[in-house]
Design a protein around this ligand. Structure first.
Ligand code: FES
Length: 71
């Protein structure tokens, strides 16, 4: 999955969702509430779910990196 438009209905890009993960978003519902992605036709929900699942597996690495760099 590259840097691209995830939600066509609400013009939400992957990079925007990734940024929200770094700011504490944890779930598809969080992403829906913060961006409205997935709240119109719902066709993008599988993509958002995929990003959430990917975030959940990457999260320990991000936290470790932030600790390593004092972020
Ligand atoms: S493509 Fe995201 S709600 Fe329609």
């Amino acid at each position: 999955m590259s840097n691209r438009l995830i939600c066509i209905c609400n013009f939400v890009e992957k990079k925007e969702i990734k940024l929200l993960f770094r700011k504490g978003a944890e779930s598809t519902v969080d992403i829906q509430n913060l961006t409205r992605a997935g709240t119109s036709c719902g066709r993008c929900l599988p993509l958002i779910d995929e990003l959430v699942a990917q975030h959940q597996t990457e999260k320990p690495k991000i936290i470790q990196k932030e600790q390593d760099f004092g972020l």
